[in-house]
Ligand binder design. Structure first.
Ligand SMILES: Cc1cc2nc3c(=O)[nH]c(=O)nc-3n(C[C@H](O)[C@H](O)[C@H](O)COP(=O)(O)O)c2cc1C
Length: 309
């Protein structure tokens, strides 16, 4: 039997189909300085004795400290902590400047406003290919009842954002559109002036209406993913929902796929489209997608900076 050749990039994408929460694992180094990194490989392991695990890449700058420590904490991020997740995933000088935190009983940092936290004694470090498994024995924990932050296919999702989409769908006139991706490129309609594919939804489920519209416009098969943006165009009195979507191979009937980096200086139909395309360009460069909620001028973008490493 011939073995399948595994493409690591494709494998990572397939792993990304499994929705997870997001944690930040923390400890202190030999000088007592707090260190921490974002991890979605957290898994509960055992109730008796109480145990959990998290996988750490061998490439981590803090590999020696994390595997040599006796104590660590796992912070389960809440739905408003996307920026914390991004900070602890990037090579930021002082990651802890971005959060309010205090000491768990072990001295490992625990953040304010997390969904839950676990203080652990390091039980063992198990070899696991290009990662190690940190197996922790839980010595203390807290559970705030806040919703956890979700992560799947390189994007964050939150229960509250899904709720906003539902209420947007029930309030007034609704446009639903998509950032349609294929191999990192984005589908835009038009030659001189570029727009996102979108349609008006009069009734029914917005995502179902969107798939029908996108398949008709492109002639391709479309999968709709998580929400990308929910905003209100106050001037036009319309609600807008933008999803991420993924297109099959083939030449689209209308529009064309563009590399995000090639779109500088192009003209867009609205400032909102331009913002969304710029965000897509930035976020696709670090493989990490944020979520925008607000109106067309004063929304809250969970800003994500470029990953330097
Ligand atoms: C949502 C998300 C989940 C991540 N999960 C893990 C993980 O489980 N294990 C890991 O080693 N890195 C993970 N990373 C990558 C690290 O957070 C990132 O490489 C970080 O820069 C490591 O920091 P360090 O080198 O200071 O340890 C994840 C990143 C993101 C954005």
């Amino acid at each position: 039997m011939t073995e399948m050749t595994i493409d690591p990039r494709a494998l990572r994408d397939a792993f990304g189909a499994f929705p997870t929460g997001v944690t930040v694992v923390t400890t202190r180094d030999a000088e007592g300085r707090p260190i921490g990194f974002t991890a979605n490989s957290f898994t509960s392991v055992s109730l008796d004795p109480p145990m959990l695990l998290v996988c750490l890449a061998r490439t981590s700058r803090n590999f020696a400290t994390m595997t040599g420590t006796h104590r660590f904490a796992v912070n389960v991020l809440s739905e408003n902590q996307k920026d914390v997740s991004n900070t602890f995933a990037r090579p930021v000088e002082d990651r802890f400047a971005a959060v309010s935190w205090s000491d768990a009983p072990s001295g490992a940092p625990v953040f304010d406003d997390v969904a839950a936290w676990f203080d652990c004694a390091l039980d063992s470090v198990l070899e696991a290919g290009d990662h190690v498994i940190l197996l922790g024995r839980i010595t203390a924990f807290g559970n705030s009842g806040r919703n956890g932050l979700g992560y799947a296919r390189g994007g964050y999702f939150t229960p509250r954002l899904a709720g906003r989409a539902v209420s947007a769908a029930s309030e007034g006139q609704l446009d639903v559109g998509a950032v349609v991706e294929r191999n990192g490129d984005i589908l835009l309609i038009g030659d001189e002036t570029l727009s996102l594919p979108a349609c008006e939804v009069l009734d029914g489920d917005p995502a179902t209406a969107l798939i029908g519209h996108l398949e008709e416009v492109t002639g391709l098969s479309i999968t709709v993913g998580f929400l990308y943006s929910v905003f209100e165009d106050k001037a036009g009195g319309r609600q807008h929902i933008v999803y991420r979507a993924f297109a099959s191979d083939g030449v689209p009937r209308s529009g064309a796929f563009h590399a995000p980096a090639s779109l500088g200086g192009r003209t867009f139909d609205t400032a909102s489209t331009e913002d969304i395309v710029n965000r897509f360009a930035l976020e696709s460069s670090i493989g990490n997608f944020g979520v925008y909620v607000g109106d067309e001028s004063a929304g809250r973008v969970h800003a994500i900076s470029m990953k330097g490493a």
